[in-house]
Ligand binder design. Structure first.
Ligand code: ZN
Length: 448
């Protein structure tokens, strides 16, 4: 018979065996669950993180978070990647042209001809109503396109500035930063090329939302489809390549001149939503005597003290010292009248980018073009790259253009588990070890 010590040894071995079996089964099951439910939010409470204005934040600022390498903003390589003036429609990346052709073939781009305009209202082919359902010209104040944004939600004032970045933007950015006020900037592509320091301030320092205002600021309805493609595409491209791969979700037509054909190209090829406005300060004409600070002040007072249904989208510019000052003068009135002053791109509570929640969050790798109708998410919750966009070689960028290097690597944005995944063979090895231990104990007891 065995001694009490031997019985204890046997009991211990049996317990160890049972424990390791149960434990490994639990671990395997837990990890399996994590794997299946990658969307589970396992972050620590946000209060664990440093506040945005904490010095530690700057030390860990994210740059190209989609895993690609982009030329440094402002460097000669960066600048060489873009047209120096009006984009040449015969030298557009093939992927953009293919996307336009596919959308046209699918009947998604209205076939009416471009308007003719010489600085005034656009004129369409005889018999076509610019305010009708087919054309719906925003210059004619048509508001019937349900895809467009004209108003803000009740009680909200969406802040945005057109025509930057420019040297005059610095004064505005100092004010926005001093008041911790987020805004959307509808940037002109060529202005980004020439004023990259202000661009860098808007995106990196203010962490404001960047949107599209075309490459050279033309009357968009006068352009043919390929010219529209170039104006939007290059502006998307320079923003994408200068923000760590982010793709804007919104664009605003210069002079507010768009129609259903132009809107469709923006939406179907680039995934862009058209943003108009519901009040116009005409601050762009301050420098030419078209309006005065007194007139703007009177208009602002009327709008800001008026009803809040719908909310306000006021057209404003970072075009001149005077237009910037007009916003600075009106800002206290916005706040004192109880408006919820937000960035236009976040009025709906969603992300300003098609593939990232903001200026610092994770980025889902994504190419310019082929954005619409391919499952592009408005948030970064998806951990996979939408189909049809994984090939970087198909972008067809002309020589000198900056294409992200390497393939589109998948990036898991959710807090995925970092525990090692126990394979079946590992679980089996544990069980075998356990059985050998038990047997050895039995043999040892029987021999004693
Ligand atoms: Zn403009």
């Amino acid at each position: 018979m065995s001694s009490p010590l031997q019985r204890r040894l046997f009991a211990f071995a049996a317990f160890a065996c049972l424990f390791s079996s149960v434990y490994s089964a639990i671990i395997a099951q837990t990890i399996h669950d994590d794997h299946d439910h990658a969307a589970l939010n396992k972050r620590l409470p946000s209060t664990w993180y440093q506040a945005d204005d904490h010095p530690a934040h700057k030390l860990f600022k994210r740059a190209g978070t989609d895993g690609q390498v982009y030329a440094q903003v402002g460097s000669p390589t960066w600048a060489a990647g873009y047209p120096q003036s009006t984009p040449d429609p015969s030298k557009l990346p093939q992927a953009w042209v293919d996307a336009l052709n596919a959308a046209t073939a699918a009947g998604k781009i209205p076939g009416f001809a471009p308007s003719t305009s010489t600085g005034g209202n656009p004129t369409y082919p005889q018999g076509m109503d610019p305010n009708g359902d087919q054309i719906c010209s925003t210059t004619y104040k048509c508001r019937k396109n349900p895809e467009n944004i004209y108003d803000a939600p009740d009680g909200l004032l969406g802040v945005s500035f057109d025509d930057g970045p420019l040297p005059t933007s610095d004064k505005l950015y100092d004010f926005l930063k001093g008041n911790n006020q987020p805004a959307t900037h509808f940037f002109i592509g060529l202005n980004i090329l020439y004023n990259y320091k202000q661009f860098d301030r808007a995106f990196n320092e203010l962490q404001d939302d960047i949107a599209v205002h075309t490459w050279t600021h033309p009357y968009m309805t006068t352009l043919d489809n390929m010219a529209v493609l170039g104006q939007l595409g290059w502006t998307m491209e320079i923003i994408h390549n200068s923000t760590g791969g982010r793709l804007p979700k919104y664009w605003r037509p210069p002079y507010g001149d768009s129609d259903n054909r132009v809107n469709a190209i923006a939406r179907e090829v680039f995934g862009l939503t058209t943003v108009i406005w519901n009040q116009d300060t005409e601050d762009w004409s301050l420098t030419t005597g078209g309006t005065t600070p007194q007139k703007i002040n009177a208009s602002m007072t009327k709008w800001l003290t008026g009803p809040k249904q719908p909310g306000l989208v006021i057209l404003e510019h970072e075009l001149s010292d005077q237009s910037v000052q007009a916003f600075i003068d009106a800002y206290p009135v916005m706040k004192s009248n109880g408006w919820n002053v937000v960035s236009v791109a976040r009025m709906d509570g969603q992300a300003p980018y098609q593939n990232s929640p903001d200026s610092t969050g994770d980025v889902v790798p994504q190419e310019v073009a082929l954005l619409a109708n391919n499952g592009t998410s408005s948030s970064s919750s998806s951990s996979t790259t939408p189909s049809g966009t994984s090939s970087t070689s198909s972008s067809g960028l002309p020589s000198g253009a900056i294409a992200p290097t390497g393939g589109a690597s998948l990036q898991h944005n959710s807090a995925a588990t970092t525990l090692p995944h126990l394979a079946n063979w590992q679980v089996q090895a544990l069980l075998v070890t356990c059985l050998v231990t038990m047997l050895s104990t039995v043999v040892m007891i029987s021999r004693s």
